[in-house]
Ligand binder design. Structure first.
Ligand code: SF4
Length: 652
């Protein structure tokens, strides 16, 4: 019987150069899906306790989604997985583009690498099978050059590549993995793991068939869902989004957010639609999280108005199986680089408001060089912001910076600092491993300016505006993660429409009520985590999920693709099992969940005295323990208890 999964994975030992295909029993997919679930199942067992993330015992994997290639929508995401060198915890990084179906077309649900090669290599797979090849001539090239060279050398435009640039080669702990010429699986520092193994690239050229049990039913469901994606009112001026953000800041109520509204904005502008909106509303951290919307006001943020960015958009960019296309290719003014992927909201704001940088050309340039280097733009922006604040506090001086004046809004200093970080040159070497490592080396109380959770730089969403972000920064087994849940995500997923036991949301709530830690909010947060583990198991894009489960029939698609008849509740239980496996992975590797704490600025300590988030603070300790309880983990320690492990059937 046809299934949505391929039923096998590939293991490559880079030390011995041995390549082994392994079948995966059907039961594993039923219990953990594919993608992140399959990876957690395999790596929890196989990475030995205490393994050095940059040593040969760590395993890095590239996994596709259970629904990728089954004619379902928004299901073309892949994930890099392994033990994170940045946090020492479970690490994963999610990316779109076209790499995910290529994994399955080679016949696998995942490709995993252990050991370390003495010389640079890449793995090439075509219909004849997998082979390790010499990558000496690619070593030193940036990610886009690498991809172009491989296309030329192999004489095929069909190949799909995931590779590292110089940041990964230099084992920068904030390096990611690039595919589709500059899209990045950026988080968790997994580019450094590839670098440590001298694995430059994974190059896929298979043409195998991806199957599914009931394509007719998948198609029927797809056509209904497509009708919602096609909803598109005329949206005219990007600056109106900023005024809407300002309006929402001023009213004492929070309105229910239907994701279909955000989807229309994504279609028109992409994630940058909320650039000024986020600042005005208080969602976007400013000036290393100590500033406010008043500091980066409408005048200062005018250059990041979405219209000013999309006027450079030459064409829209769609990931595989995506009917929406929030991406784009933009032209840019630079003598060497003529185009770049449209910078994302996270990138733009981490390199603008966080640093008080108003120069949009610099953001295009930084986006391109960071993508080419394979360095996480969120982490790079935060690390520069950290350096700026240390400079302001006198912790570092001109002597340490080779004469650079690290003052807020100094575009030239931002450019030079990022270039130094990519080259690990001078102060760039200190900063190339992110804020936690830099603060540890610097000392002098600099840790208080390091905006991270468990080592991972935070995303551009402020917990003082949406406490859900603050909670997930603290409780996710991949710390500092912004894509697993928030209060607004819960609104948009609309899970209660399929799962009766989950709380419904009201159309209006008072803003003050958002900040009270109670059981209902913990239930919603836990539901988000469970659902996102499910989503990351099937390869679903978060923005597709924002349409809501009543419009995007994700549970039904998984049943149709695999001839299963699971209920949405059962899929949420699978999500809980994956979350517990990842938490248990951390416990196995000596991580104390209590010690993972996002910088306290995220929860209003100290309290902001002005701006959108004035006077707000959160009882993060209660929120955390309420969340842990809902997974049946120890409410005091955050460790999964034996009974839970048994109940979920993951005791092996
Ligand atoms: S919505 Fe955007 S990120 Fe998501 S799959 Fe489509 S193009 Fe890719």
């Amino acid at each position: 019987m046809d299934k949505g999964y391929m039923g096998k994975v590939l293991f490559v030992d880079l030390t011995t150069q041995e390549i082994t295909e392994e079948p995966v029993p059907d039961d594993v997919y039923r219990r953990f899906l594919s993608g992140v679930g399959l990876a957690a199942y395999l790596l929890y067992r196989r990475i030995p306790a205490g393994a050095d993330p940059l040593g040969p015992d760590n395993i890095i994997g590239f996994v596709s989604g259970l629904l990728t290639g089954t004619s379902t929508l928004f299901t073309g995401r892949w994930m890099a997985v392994g033990k994170s060198p940045l946090t020492g915890t479970w690490g994963d990084a999610n990316c779109g583009g076209t790499f995910s179906p290529a994994i399955k077309k080679c016949g696998y649900d995942g490709i995993f690498f252990s050991g370390a090669s003495p010389n640079p290599v890449y793995l090439y797979i075509d219909n004849r099978g997998p082979k390790l090849r010499d990558a000496s001539e690619l070593w030193g090239m940036d990610a886009i050059e690498t991809e172009n060279t491989l296309i030329r050398k192999l004489g095929s435009k069909r190949i799909k590549t995931a590779c590292i640039g110089p940041a990964g080669e230099n084992m920068s702990l904030i390096s990611g993995i690039s595919n589709d010429k500059g899209r990045m699986a950026a988080r968790s520092g997994l580019g450094a793991v590839m670098g440590s193994k001298k694995l430059k690239a994974v190059v896929l050229n298979g043409t195998g068939k991806i199957k599914a049990y009931n394509r007719k039913e998948i198609k029927r469901l797809r056509l209904t869902a497509l009708a919602y994606v096609r909803v598109q009112p005329k949206l005219k001026f990007g600056v109106l989004n900023a005024y809407l953000g300002g309006f929402m800041r001023k009213i004492p109520y929070q309105m229910f957010m239907d994701g279909i509204i955000y989807q229309t904005m994504l279609k028109k502008w992409g994630t940058i639609s909320v650039n000024q909106f986020g600042v005005e509303m208080g969602d976007t951290p400013v000036k290393n999280w100590k500033g406010t919307n008043e500091d980066f006001n409408l005048k200062k943020s005018k250059n990041i108005n979405p219209d000013r960015i999309t006027k450079f958009e030459i064409k829209k960019y769609f990931c595989y199986s995506c009917p929406l296309g929030c991406g784009g290719i933009c032209s840019m003014k630079h003598e060497k680089y003529k185009t770049t992927h449209k910078p994302e909201y996270e990138t733009v704001l981490a390199l603008s408001g966080l640093l008080m940088n108003e120069d949009i050309d610099s953001i295009f340039y930084l986006n391109e060089i960071l993508n080419r280097a394979g360095m996480d733009t969120i982490s790079a922006g935060h690390t520069v912001a950290f350096a700026f604040e240390c400079y302001e506090q006198g912790i570092i001086t001109k002597k340490d910076t080779d004469g650079l004046e690290l003052t807020w809004g100094n575009t030239d200093a931002v450019l030079q600092l990022v270039e130094k970080m990519i080259r690990r040159e001078g102060i760039g070497d200190l900063l190339a491993d992110g804020v936690k490592v830099a603060a540890k080396k610097l000392g002098k109380g600099s840790e208080r300016y390091a905006m991270h959770s468990g080592g991972q730089e935070l995303a551009m969403h402020d917990g003082r505006n949406d406490p859900g972000y603050a909670l997930h920064y603290n409780v996710e087994p991949t710390p500092g993660r912004h894509t697993m849940g928030s209060q607004i995500y819960y609104d948009m997923f609309q899970l209660w429409k399929k799962i009766d036991s989950l709380p419904r949301v009201k159309f209006f709530i008072t803003k003050d009520s958002k900040y009270v830690a109670d059981e209902e909010k913990a239930i919603k947060a836990a539901a988000c985590s469970k659902f996102m583990n499910f989503a990351n198991g099937i390869g679903l894009c978060l923005f597709g999920a924002f349409l809501g489960v009543h419009r995007l029939p994700v549970f039904e698609w998984v049943n149709a693709a695999n001839a299963w008849d699971k209920t949405p509740e059962e899929y949420m239980e699978i999500g809980a099992a994956i979350q517990t496996l990842k938490q248990q992975f951390n416990v196995k590797h000596g991580i104390d969940p209590k010690k993972i704490k996002a910088n306290e600025r995220t929860v209003g300590r100290p309290i902001m005295l002005k701006g959108a988030n004035k006077g707000r603070s959160l009882d993060i300790e209660k929120m955390t323990s309420d969340y842990w309880k809902l997974f049946d983990w120890d409410a005091d320690t955050g460790k999964p208890v034996e009974e839970t492990i048994k109940k979920l059937g993951i005791e092996e």
